[in-house]
Structures are given as C-alpha cells and as structure tokens.
Design a protein around this ligand. Structure first.
Ligand SMILES: Cc1ncc(C[n+]2csc(CCOP(=O)(O)OP(=O)(O)O)c2C)c(N)n1
Length: 276
C-alpha cells in the first residue's frame, strides 16, 4: 500500500522537510499494508511550510488552524481512541500560536504523537522570528535583532509532565528511529526535529555540536539527567547539542481515565459506530 500522494511538492528544493516526510513514510509504510490499516491512521498538520506534509501523505486527517494541531489530535482520540494519530507543527505553530495547548497536551498524556518541525522561523510567512529564534537574529520585522532569550522546549515539556521527550535532526534515519520508539510508547510523545530553513534560517553551524544521547550512556528514565541534558542547548549556546530521547516514563493515559473511552477501546470502535 502506497501512502504517497501525487501532489507536486511546493517545498523548496532540498528543504529538510523532505527528510522528515521520508522518515515518516518509511515508518508508516511498514505499518500500513492494506486499506483497512490505512483507515486506522490519522494525521493533523498546522499552518506553515511544515503543514504541507498533509498534502504528501495519503492519509485521513485535518489540515487544521494555525496553532491548533494538539486539540485536533486530542479530539480525534476522544472520538475514537483506537485511531493512531500523528500531529505535525512548525515551531511557530507549536511554541507561539499553539503554546497553551502544548503544556496541557503534556499534562493530559493522550496517546498520540507530535512532531515539531523546528526551523527557528515562521517560514511560510517569510522568516519572522519565533520563540526558538536565537538572540541577534535579524529580519525585516526585527531589524535591531532578537533581544529576548529563546524558549527551551525540552525543558518546558519536562516541566509540564510529558512522558516522552525527544529531539532529533531532520535526517531520515533519526526520524525513523525516534518515530518507531514514539509509536511503541503509550501516551503523548513530543518529538522536536531541528529542521534548518534553507531560505530564512539556513544556519547549520549547530550540526558540529550534535551528539547522540543513546550512544553517550544517557539514562532516559532519569528525570534529573534529562533536565541537565536539556540545558546544554538553548539555541544560542551551540557547544553541545544532545539528540535522541531525553526522557521516557510510564504515566496514566488520558483515554484511560474515562469508562466510555475504555469501552470503545475494548470494542475497537469509535463513537460513530455506537448505535443510539
Ligand atoms: C492565527 C494565525 N496567525 C497567523 C497566521 C499567519 N501565518 C501563516 S503561516 C505562518 C508561519 C508558520 O510558521 P511555523 O508554524 O513555524 O511553520 P513553518 O512555515 O516554519 O513550517 C503564519 C504566522 C495564520 N495563518 N493564522
């Protein structure tokens, strides 16, 4: 079963979003072998360059409003807890317009997966700074340069109670690894992907600072270790950038708090299948 569409891509040639798309396809092509399988998957994307991934995956879902990926994913899980749901946001979508949802998604721990394409700019609207843009970055809207220190999304997710917190680079193999792990995880999985924007934030100097958490003996079950590792990179300090899974823990899943949803889960159905 092919989950690609024939839609012509409007991403810039060489855009790192292609790596994310390819990694996601690699994982989902293994899981989706028939039309019946395909019906079990839903995607949600926000508004921005990242959001176009919706057009390139032949899956059901909603290309939703800017910043509203997470409540849309949660709504899908409430409508049918048996669906596998993956949300895609940009850093603007996730950390600016959608910020309030992000904190609660981490608290709720609904069983869906969330991929943030972090290019450190609002790319589709031609390069304005976002909450993860480094100090000093200039564009036409910010001619004096960004003055305010960037947000640390990994620390925010840890502090908000997320049960799976990861960061990778937009490299097909890294996406494949982390998405497979996230899909095995029971609960909300937060995956930040560093995705340079070749046009509006092309700086890839940070690549030299990457190192793998998995290969450096990091204990992902330790909150204290994850908290320390999360501080190593804040978008301005680029001496050491840990990539991989920072933290993973078991926590009650949102859907399991509700008898009605547990019944749907047990019967492998959604609300629309319930006779009234
Ligand atoms: C509520 C709302 N605010 C602003 C916009 C304008 N807008 C459209 S795309 C976009 C930038 C998206 O940036 P990001 O989420 O980082 O995604 P990227 O384009 O970088 O992938 C903005 C601000 C909008 N569509 N809706």
């Amino acid at each position: 079963m092919n989950i690609s569409t024939k839609t012509k891509s409007t991403w810039c040639p060489g855009c790192y979003n292609f790596q994310i798309l390819a990694g996601v396809k690699r994982v989902l092509n293994e899981k989706i072998k028939s039309e019946k399988d395909r019906q079990k998957w839903m995607i949600v994307s926000g508004i921005g360059c990242h959001g176009k991934i919706f057009d390139y995956l032949n899956l059901n879902g909603i290309h939703t409003l800017h910043g509203r990926v997470l409540p849309t994913c949660l709504g899908m899980k409430i409508g049918n807890p048996n669906l596998n749901v993956i949300g895609f946001s940009g850093d603007g979508d996730a950390y600016a317009e959608g910020m309030e949802h992000l904190i609660h998604a981490a608290r709720y721990n609904s069983n869906f997966k969330y991929i943030v394409h972090n290019n450190q700019v609002f790319a589709l609207t031609v390069g304005q700074p976002t909450p993860t843009t480094e100090i000093g970055f200039k564009d036409k809207t910010t001619p004096l340069g960004v003055k305010i220190p960037p947000l640390n999304p990994i620390r925010l997710m840890l502090a908000s109670g997320a049960s799976f917190v990861a960061r990778v680079f937009s490299d097909i193999k890294q996406i494949e690894f982390v998405l497979k792990e996230a899909l095995k995880h029971k609960g909300f999985a937060f995956i930040e992907v560093l995705q340079p924007c070749l046009i509006f934030h092309p700086d890839i100097r940070y690549k030299k600072a990457f190192y793998s958490l998995e290969e450096s003996g990091h204990d992902k079950s330790s909150f204290e270790q994850a908290w320390k590792k999360a501080q190593e990179f804040d978008y301005n300090t680029i001496e050491k950038i840990p990539l991989g899974i920072f933290y993973q823990t078991k926590k009650p899943v949102f859907e399991e708090h509700f008898e009605q949803l547990k019944k749907l889960k047990a019967k492998n159905i959604g609300w629309r299948d319930v006779k009234r």
